[in-house]
Ligand binder design. Structure first.
Ligand code: BG6
Ligand code: MG
Length: 216
């Protein structure tokens, strides 16, 4: 097996819990449009792009909207989401996430972000950790969303590390699929029912065992 030289971390759900803010923003939009949207529905949006999230949220209702109205709804949801992001600070890491990033660096390995979000850099700035990464691959870097491998391949390319030597840490099923499609080691965070296809699974970011992943 190729030795792991870099880690690529998903952002939302691995480094920080922005899912709640995404939920509140989508719920506000759903209320305004007269569509029901629960916390359970929100779990299906984990790792899913903004456009696809809207399609899942609106279901059959979406056919009544023009493309212009669809674009306006995506802008509106993002404005609500960005309002919530203003509350974020450097205290909003998921337990163990900040330590994990610095432990990876301490071991002489590279570390990148591979996120579907166009707000990734804003979130990393709020966490005051933007400068810690060797590469940031986000919603602006590639056009094909997870489960396509593109967002992770772009991060590997930026770091000049072969995909086989990268390990991806992901909380979404589509993200695990993307890591496997990229020929990378997949590390899943969450229940087996969601990320069980990954090479290694841990319940939380704090539970990650770097020695185990690195085969030490
Ligand atoms: C992912 C989130 O990281 O980014 C999804 O898990 C979100 O919930 C997606 O829809 C796109 O994010 P944004 O910030 O570009 O709307
Ligand atoms: Mg995620």
């Amino acid at each position: 097996m190729t030795q792991i030289k870099a880690f690529i971390l998903d952002l939302d759900g691995v480094v920080t819990d922005t899912a709640e803010y995404h939920f509140l923003a989508w719920q506000r939009l759903a209320n305004e449009e007269g569509v029901s949207f629960t916390r359970e529905d929100n779990d299906k949006l984990r790792g899913v792009s903004r456009r696809q999230s809207l399609e899942l949220l609106m279901g059959d209702h979406l056919s009544a909207y023009t493309e212009e109205q669809i674009q306006e709804m995506m802008v509106r949801k993002n404005e609500y989401y960005q309002d919530y992001l203003e509350q974020m600070s450097k205290d909003d890491f998921l337990p163990g996430a900040r330590e994990l990033i610095f432990e990876i660096k301490h071991r002489g390995l590279k570390v990148a972000i591979g996120s579907a979000s166009k707000n990734a850099k804003t979130v990393l700035s709020r966490l005051e950790i933007l400068d810690a990464f060797d590469a940031i691959s986000d919603g602006y870097s590639v056009t094909k969303a997870k489960p396509a491998p593109d967002v992770f391949l772009y991060a590997a390319e930026q770091m000049r590390i072969a995909p086989e030597a990268c390990a991806v840490i992901e909380d979404a099923g589509s993200g695990v699929d993307a890591a496997l499609a990229a020929n990378m080691t997949a590390v899943g965070i969450g229940p087996e029912s969601r990320v069980g296809k990954a090479h290694y699974c841990y319940a939380t970011t704090a539970g990650i065992d770097l020695d185990e992943i690195l085969g030490l």
